[in-house]
Design a protein around this ligand. Structure first.
Ligand SMILES: Cc1ncc(COP(=O)(O)O)c(C=O)c1O
Length: 364
């Protein structure tokens, strides 16, 4: 089989060893004598899978017992809705949001169905090419909560520090950089991240929720949209996404046992991104980075080429050479190379070589 390097923005690349073990589990899940696809969620085997998966996420991020760790469905888009339902509905104090790109815009739109929303900084004037510096925004001490996205997947913008919001509950979408670097977990009231970037296949979303914030959740919500249900039933209220959770278990084992933890993963991710950004910076404008250098994402490297016809040729030749998923998001165009945890250094080196050769051939 031809080598294909997967730079897809999501669902993204997963480690080879995880894919191999998943294949095996499709035939027979270890300890179960049956296919993973037919594993009942009320069995003790699945309870153990769920427990170990939660435990691994806790170990990787050093999550203390005051936080619940949930595995939910509906993707991060459902979190755009569940969060304001729980923490904004019926309140008069606005929820405050950063508008830093495509996905935060969606989060803001959904919150507005539930109550007042105040955008405390918007990247619109800068064309979403940069993130705010601390003096540029003020979060009101009475806000119902403050929401931001650590990594804007479409634009390729990533915060390198946590915005200061005092005692206001900090709510964060970490969908595209979850488990890619260490985080000061204790600063957050709620973190959510779907699996399909760094963590596994689509179908499951991790929510990490502090018990004090949970206690403030609205009453009278529909059962499935109430975090209390999922906390009480430990992510097994209705039929959970058994397959996706099992793959998350394999990925967390890989991170713990094969990689050696988040700090090492972060170091590898920094190396990968540095190599690719170096190719952009050394190209004298042939490859033009989209994000302001200080806000560049380690996960999604976004750039353009001199014109759309060269760009199309780049995509065609890259596809022919075995590089998959480089087309930029439809809303911004250009190229996007996603360097999630499952993307190897070798894959990034191969892409860098391809890009250098392409530039030499096509620059005028
Ligand atoms: C940062 C971010 N948030 C939210 C979403 C939406 O996620 P989902 O498709 O799981 O609803 C995406 C999708 O890629 C994303 O990158």
């Amino acid at each position: 089989m031809r080598t294909v390097y997967n730079f897809s923005p999501g669902p993204g690349a997963l480690p080879d060893s995880v894919i191999r073990q998943t294949q095996e589990a499709l035939h027979c899940v270890p300890g179960g004598h049956i296919s993973l696809l037919g594993l009942n969620h009320r069995t003790s085997l699945f309870e153990h899978i769920l427990e170990e998966t939660e435990d691994n996420v806790r170990r990787l991020l050093h999550i203390p017992p005051e936080y619940h760790v949930l595995f939910l469905q509906g993707g991060s888009s459902l979190q755009f809705t569940m969060i304001p339902m729980a923490f904004l509905r019926g309140r008069t104090q606005p929820a405050e949001y950063f508008h830093t790109g495509y996905w935060s815009n969606k989060a803001i739109q959904e919150a507005a169905f539930e109550g007042p929303v105040r955008v405390v900084w918007s990247g619109t004037p800068a064309g979403f090419r940069r993130l705010p510096d601390a003096p540029e925004y003020h979060i009101s001490p009475t806000a119902s909560y403050f929401h931001y996205i650590t990594n804007e997947t479409v634009e390729g913008l990533q915060f390198d520090s946590v915005p200061e919001c005092g005692q206001v509950p900090l709510v964060c979408d970490m969908s595209s950089d979850f488990l890619a670097r260490s985080i000061p977990l204790e600063r957050y009231g709620l973190i959510y991240a779907h699996a399909q970037k760094n963590l596994g296949p689509s179908g499951v979303t991790v929510v990490i929720l502090h018990q004090d914030l949970l206690a403030k959740s609205s009453q009278g919500l529909p059962t499935m949209l109430d975090y209390r249900t999922h906390c009480e039933y430990r992510s097994n209220y209705n039929t959970p996404p058994v397959f996706a959770i099992y793959v998350v278990l394999l990925v967390t084992r890989w991170l713990l046992n094969e990689i050696g933890g988040i700090k090492i993963m972060e170091e590898i991710n920094r190396q990968k991104a540095a190599q690719l950004y170096h190719v952009l910076d050394a190209s004298q404008g042939f490859y033009s980075g989209r994000a302001a250098p200080k806000n560049r994402s380690l996960m999604n490297v976004t750039f353009t080429l001199p014109d759309t016809s060269v760009q199309q040729r780049f995509l065609d030749e890259a596809t022919a050479a075995g590089f998959y998923g480089l087309q930029g998001h439809r809303s911004v165009g250009g190229i996007r190379a996603s360097l999630y945890n499952g993307v190897t250094l070798k894959a990034v080196e191969a892409l860098c070589h391809f890009m250098e050769a392409f530039r030499l051939q096509h620059e005028s």
